[in-house]
Ligand binder design. Structure first.
Ligand SMILES: NC(=O)c1ccc[n+]([C@@H]2O[C@H](COP(=O)([O-])OP(=O)(O)OC[C@H]3O[C@@H](n4cnc5c(N)ncnc54)[C@H](O)[C@@H]3O)[C@@H](O)[C@H]2O)c1
Length: 339
């Protein structure tokens, strides 16, 4: 939705971690919606991730660590909405250095939130994760289901949610997105996410290794992730303030995902190999609430994500998928030695 049609009158959006996987797809869309966009990022994966939007007159890039609260406060001036994406964004990367990860994923969150309140930011959109549900036997885990985070990454996602809601900051609208695992092509591509990595192995090696296989995982195509943030930007305060929204569709086991990838690529010669795992995260989320409250429905599928990745790979737009460390958060963090 164009910002002029945004009933909240928001114009300036600050996105932390905006040069990551989700951000690289979100920022060009926000610019095309007409917002003034500021990206706060350390650019661990490079800053050339916005394509033609890179030199957009309404885009400002600020190389800044979100733990630098004082400088962050200066950057927050004039911001209407924060979309907070910056973090160490998967379990293995978090575990490389748990203290550093906590300082970014939790401590910096507290500083960012208080800075936002002081600076008069009107809305705070937080990228949590559906991994806070941990292991759930029941189908259709809804937003009010008790969370059971299994890893520190998920525990601190939940701790931030609680900080956001329990502190009860008056005067700022707070909303929590709990996205499923995102899939599909973006300019800053992650190949450490389930569907993306299965697809790339199928294309490059004609062999998919399935770790475990029975665990259920919900999915979200990246263009729908972007649309969901647009929806949370334009939603009326009374519908979203203090609310969490699951955003994930096509709950599938990892084994089913492997089969779906093989079928979508259309190469029956792709081998599927099973490997034992101790990763027990398994949950089946229900995202009816965001549909019922905000009218949000997915427009894309996992199959779309696989097809798009295959097209981009064949066109040479995903060079060195197995060896370029930028596709893999943990390898990048190891190489950067936690700058
Ligand atoms: N990708 C998914 O499947 C998924 C699913 C659920 C939730 N999420 C959440 O969505 C958000 C975005 O995910 P993503 O896949 O784009 O992650 P990403 O790892 O691709 O991007 C994170 C960005 O944050 C930046 N960053 C990290 N620490 C920083 C710091 N201290 N200061 C400033 N910038 C910093 C990095 O440079 C990077 O550009 C994350 O919060 C993630 O937990 C993602």
């Amino acid at each position: 939705m164009n910002w002029r049609e945004n009933p909240n009158g928001f114009q300036s959006v600050l996105v932390t971690g905006g040069a990551g996987y989700v951000g690289s797809a979100l920022i060009p869309q926000l610019l095309s919606d007409g917002y003034d966009v500021k990206v706060i990022d350390l650019f661990w994966f490079g800053d050339d991730v916005f394509g033609e939007s890179h030199k957009h007159p309404r885009l400002r890039l600020a190389r800044l660590d979100i733990r630098n609260t004082e400088q962050l406060k200066r950057e927050l001036k004039g911001t209407d909405v924060i979309i907070h994406l910056a973090c160490i964004s998967n379990d293995p990367s978090f575990e490389l250095d748990p203290n550093l990860s906590k300082s970014i994923n939790y401590d910096a969150f507290v500083g960012l939130l208080s800075g936002a309140i002081e600076s008069g930011v009107r809305r705070f959109i937080y990228a949590s994760s559906s991994s806070i549900y941990g292991v759930k036997e029941e189908k259709d885990v809804r937003e009010d289901s008790p969370p059971f985070p299994l890893t520190d990454y998920s525990k601190y996602k939940l701790a931030c949610e609680r900080q956001l809601l329990d502190v009860n900051p008056r005067g700022i609208e707070r909303v929590i997105a709990r996205p499923a695992t995102v899939c599909g092509y973006a300019r800053r591509l992650r190949l450490d996410l389930t569907v993306n990595i299965l697809t790339m192995h199928a294309l490059v090696n004609r062999k998919i290794r399935v770790f475990g296989g029975k665990q259920l995982r919900p999915n979200l195509q990246i263009a729908d992730m972007v649309r969901a943030y647009e929806t949370l930007l334009s939603a009326p305060a009374e519908k979203i303030d203090g609310q969490a929204f699951n955003i994930g569709y096509q709950n599938r086991s990892v084994e089913e995902l492997a089969l779906l990838v093989r079928e979508t690529i259309g190469d029956p010669g792709i081998a599927i190999e099973h490997v034992p795992t101790d990763d027990g995260r398994s949950y089946h989320i229900n995202s009816d609430k965001i549909g019922a409250v905000l009218g949000f429905k997915p427009e894309h599928t996992i199959e779309d994500a696989v097809r798009d990745l295959a097209e981009k790979y064949r066109a040479g737009s995903i060079p060195d998928p197995m060896t370029d460390r930028r596709y893999y958060n943990i390898r990048t963090m190891q190489a950067l030695k936690f700058i």
